[in-house]
Design a protein around this ligand. Structure first.
Ligand SMILES: Nc1ncnc2c1ncn2[C@@H]1O[C@H](COP(=O)(O)OP(=O)(O)OP(=O)(O)O)[C@@H](O)[C@H]1O
Ligand SMILES: [Mg+2]
Length: 224
């Protein structure tokens, strides 16, 4: 199961949602399949997790290496984050090359829950490939007219919306759903506790309650 979080506008909370999904998914629970691989295509995940910047190669170098890379090379790139959670870092090179769909297939075949922070989809083609072809394609957006306009012009249609609600918006979540023709699968409030936890590097230690509540329903449930 590959769940890709993406956006059409910067700074809406995409990385935070992806990180919260991965942390919530990795929590031991009877009805959740784990473990989780968190794939960083945008580069902010280590900072959001309060981790040092990984110094080794990442997705960018894997894409750059071409089809000759050994079969276990992806697994070797993974950095352990904690019980049940590993990070596939972005790496340093530009995200180029045609192997995005191959990467997606390999990740899907691991049997792990794979959560991807694809960032804004007007960037690297690999981000577009993940947003277009993942099992769940989640557009993280504010209820904002400008964001809706951009989403309508985006090259990808989401399967679901994660609406980050800041106060005073004229548009309701239902308005955004109607405009984009996709269901809001999660709604979360702009919560100062979230911003504080991210800034302090404490998201791993204490995932804010508002995030857990919002993202838990997005995770797959294990077959009984
Ligand atoms: N629900 C929330 N409540 C309060 N603050 C939030 C929330 N979600 C994210 N933030 C804060 O907003 C800022 C931007 O969040 P984040 O980096 O996740 O956005 P992004 O969409 O990934 O940005 P970029 O486009 O730059 O990758 C961060 O400081 C983060 O702590
Ligand atoms: Mg981001």
């Amino acid at each position: 199961m590959v769940i890709t979080c993406w956006s059409v506008k910067g700074g809406v909370g995409t990385t935070t949602v992806a990180v919260a999904l991965a942390l919530a998914g990795a929590r031991p629970s009877a009805d959740r399949p784990s473990p989780v691989t968190l794939v960083d295509l945008a580069g902010d995940v280590p900072a959001c997790l309060g981790l040092p910047e990984p110094s080794g190669p990442g997705v960018a170098e894997w894409l750059d290496a071409g089809p000759e890379v050994p079969p276990d090379s992806l697994a070797r790139l993974a950095v352990p984050v904690g019980p049940g959670l590993e990070l596939l870092p972005r790496g340093r090179a530009p995200l180029v090359g045609p192997r995005g769909p191959v990467l997606l297939q390999l990740l899907a075949a691991t049997g792990r829950v794979v959560v991807v922070d694809a960032g804004t989809v007007d960037g690297a083609p690999v981000a577009r490939a993940f947003a277009a072809e993942s099992d769940r394609s989640l557009l993280v957006t504010r209820a904002c007219t400008l964001a809706v306009r951009r989403a309508l012009a985006a090259p990808v249609r989401p399967s679901g919306l994660v609406v980050v609600r800041d106060p005073g918006r004229a548009l309701s979540t239902a308005d955004v759903e109607a405009a984009l023709g996709a269901p809001a699968v999660a709604e979360l409030a702009v919560d100062p506790a979230v911003a504080r936890a991210v800034d302090a590097g404490l998201v791993r230690a204490r995932l804010p309650r508002s995030l857990v509540g919002a993202v838990s329903a997005l995770l797959p449930v294990a077959a009984a």
